[in-house]
Design a protein around this ligand. Structure first.
Ligand SMILES: [Mn+2]
Length: 244
């Protein structure tokens, strides 16, 4: 049987007690059940959680339900790959070591059939992300990570949720990316380096474009679109999940 693979990005999970989250958890859960039934593999291209921080001993409560969904997938035999996004700068080894999820902190190159695919989250590529680039340096800086670790988690998580909320305001409408082509230079460069397809997320806008016979796909998100990509029988297709 040919290999089946699914790709998703940007579910930005927060606590399921948040009323707006209810439908998202239900949609993801039924999508994951389908992935498990198909015995497929799953690539998550970042920002699965809206906030994730690895304390040495503490898991933020608001991540538990999302981890539980991943654990169910693992137990069903699904191989999960996770590429970190701009909400995952503080992810270390927990998913890898304790849950058997393959975590990558860099763009990932894979081969399917005879095609070469580049997978990445996509943050910082667009000119519209320029102000974010310095923030990324601040967030990733080891001294800041160290300081954050020594805040009591109740204070740290509240602070992080505020920051995340602020960055959401900043990204208020992802529509800003609709006509943005400032990152296409990067994509074209990857095509000339020999990639046949580039898959990324971050823009929260599902999009599929053929450029010189090669494919650029933005996976969209699970906040509004429930969009995903399926690799089946040698073909990539961008689809939308509806509750079963
Ligand atoms: Mn993102």
């Amino acid at each position: 049987m040919p290999e089946k693979i699914f790709f998703i990005s940007d579910s930005h999970l927060v606590s399921p007690s948040d009323p707006e989250e209810k439908s998202k958890y239900a949609r993801l859960n039924s999508f994951f059940e389908m992935v498990a039934r198909q015995k497929a593999s799953l690539y998550i291209l970042g920002d699965y959680f809206d906030f994730f921080y690895e304390y040495r001993t503490v898991i933020p409560k608001q991540c538990v339900h999302g981890l539980f969904l991943l654990q169910k997938l693992k137990e069903a035999g699904v191989i999960i790959h996770y590429l970190t996004g701009n909400h995952d700068h503080w992810m270390d080894n927990f998913l890898n070591d304790e849950m058997g999820i393959h975590v990558y902190h860099r763009p990932l190159s894979i081969e399917l059939g005879s095609k070469k695919f580049l997978l990445l989250h996509g943050d910082g590529l667009s000119e519209l992300d320029r102000s974010y680039r310095w923030m990324r340096r601040v967030l990733r800086h080891p001294v800041n990570r160290f300081l954050f670790r020594w805040l009591h988690p109740d204070a740290g998580v509240v602070l992080a949720n505020r920051l995340s909320h602020a960055s959401k305001q900043h990204d208020k409408n992802y529509e800003k990316y609709v006509n943005d082509r400032s990152f296409y230079g990067f994509i074209e460069k990857k095509f000339s380096e020999g990639y046949d397809a580039v898959l990324m997320g971050h823009h929260h806008l599902p999009k599929e474009e053929i450029i010189r016979n090669k494919i650029y796909i933005n996976l969209g998100d699970w906040v509004r679109h429930s969009s995903y990509v399926e690799w089946n029988d040698g073909h990539l297709s961008l689809k939308h999940w509806t509750l079963e």
